[in-house]
Design a protein around this ligand. Structure first.
Ligand code: ATP
Ligand code: MG
Length: 440
């Protein structure tokens, strides 16, 4: 993409309404624009990141055996009356009436809908287990939308739902998602820590929130320091044959809780003083086993091996996909701007032409640009006639992993400059060597 043709409305000034770094940087870098309170338009640069995150979430869900479908954003109120949540959900639910005076709502979550779909199609325990997910926009009329996309009213969520014959099976499904979440966040360049969460009336230990540590997080968190560098299962993990329960136990064996569940006495007793971490965190996911709460209310049952009808055991598993864009920036930025992890970067390389209009520099840039594209490397080519200083600050602001800087002076000596955004490391090397470093 040539910057001269790209829709990238960067802001010079820091927007006054933004209180935290990620919100400021997303506005300044032209990633999003607010269209009404807590509702955002995703501009090309922001959308590219959102799509990259989505792709990693999707890959890891599929790897763990979940299957993608797509449910609508609008739902009928009647569906929610069956579970009893139409009245109990409260003001966060956006209620809508259609032209026939039918009551509808913009889905804040999809337990009712998926349970209804599943109940209508499944008869026997042989149809279990299943895990179905979608990546879809949600609406919650948050009382105080803030921090940009971190607490929006409209936001993108991955939500998965598991169906099992019994609690033992449900635990296996739960552990699959637990382990797949560890991998998902690691691939996004984040360290997310699972923390015991409220299980509601069901009790038990199958509810965890995943939080990343950040000063601007909305939750207080207390954890054992060793969780911060505990190894995450790698690509050789086999979801069918590996002992996922053991991995789950390894991660839940050390103390970690948000302020809602925190028990100071237990924390002090279980964690040696030098290992105690009290910090703040951002919730980027939540997994939850809720048994037969919806399946009983909505007649989602199967015939078991003994011929008797039983309600299915269910769990739900959410990831805040759009919140993650902000969360990644909170975890990875400096005073000059965003520092994208390679896995989610909107472009891998920013190519900077220091003297647009100079025939030799233009030709060298065009050649590099073409070679990168041929190699399948995404590149944003700054071919504008801005001055060099402005070009550098825009590139630092939008945070692409590599900057390739080409100017007449370097070319005379047969070199270009390659800068790594994360480390700040710079090298003056030949264009061929720079391309080899980037393409690998
Ligand atoms: P929170 O406690 O932050 O309000 P929640 O517990 O209500 O979130 P869940 O129902 O568990 O949220 O939703 C799953 C995930 O969706 C959350 O872990 C979070 O990452 C994301 N999420 C929830 N609410 C919002 C929101 N208003 N804006 C952006 N992402 C959200
Ligand atoms: Mg939650």
């Amino acid at each position: 993409m040539r910057l001269s043709q790209y829709f990238l409305p960067v802001l010079k000034e820091t927007p006054a309404e933004a209180q935290i770094a990620s919100h400021r940087l997303m506005l300044r870098a032209g990633m999003v624009r607010q269209t009404s309170a807590g509702i955002y338009a995703w501009l090309p640069l922001g959308l590219a990141v959102l799509r990259n995150i989505e792709a990693i979430v999707r890959e890891e869900q599929n790897r763990a055996g979940a299957q993608e479908l797509l449910m609508p954003t609008l739902q009928s109120a009647d569906l929610w009356r069956k579970s009893g949540r139409y009245d109990s959900y409260g003001k966060e639910m956006l209620r809508i009436t259609d032209r026939h005076e039918r009551e509808m709502l913009y889905g804040p979550t999809n337990e009712e809908m998926i349970t209804d779909i599943f109940a209508g199609s499944v008869r026997s325990y042989r149809d279990l287990p299943r895990n179905l997910y979608h990546i879809q926009w949600k609406f919650r009329d948050e009382i105080r939308p803030r921090f940009g996309v971190m607490r929006g009213r409209e936001f993108l969520m991955k939500d998965a739902y598991s169906f099992d014959l019994d609690v033992e099976g449900a635990r296996r499904s739960y552990n699959r998602m637990f382990v797949s979440y560890l991998r998902t966040y690691a691939r996004l360049g984040l360290r997310a820590i699972p923390m015991a969460a409220d299980t509601g009336p069901i009790g038990g230990d199958m509810s965890h929130e995943f939080l990343i540590l950040a000063e601007t997080g909305e939750s207080g968190v207390f954890l054992h320091r060793d969780l911060i560098d505990m190894a995450v299962p790698g690509d050789d993990l086999n979801f069918e044959t590996d002992d996922l329960a053991a991995i789950q136990q390894q991660w839940t064996g050390l103390y970690a809780a948000t302020d809602e569940k925190h028990d100071e006495a237990r924390f002090n007793a279980e964690v040696p003083e030098e290992k105690r971490v009290a910090a703040r965190g951002i919730e980027v996911g939540h997994i939850f086993f809720f048994g037969t709460k919806y399946s009983e209310a909505m007649a989602c049952q199967v015939t078991g091996p003994d011929g008797a009808l039983v309600p299915v055991q269910m769990g739900s598993y959410g990831i805040g996909v759009s919140r993650l864009v902000g969360a990644i920036i909170e975890a990875s930025h400096d005073e000059n701007g965003i520092i994208w992890p390679e896995s989610v970067a909107p472009f891998r390389v920013g190519l900077i032409n220091l003297k647009t209009g100079d025939a030799e520099t233009d030709a060298a840039c065009a050649d590099i640009y073409q070679k990168l594209m041929n190699a399948g490397v995404t590149v944003l080519y700054d071919d504008t006639d801005e001055r060099a200083g402005a070009k550098f600050s825009t590139m630092d602001l939008i945070g692409l992993p590599w900057q390739l800087i080409v100017g007449p002076r370097g070319l005379k000596n047969g070199v270009v400059e390659l800068k790594n955004r994360a480390s700040g490391e710079r090298a003056e090397i030949s264009a061929e060597a720079a391309l080899a470093r980037i393409i690998g």
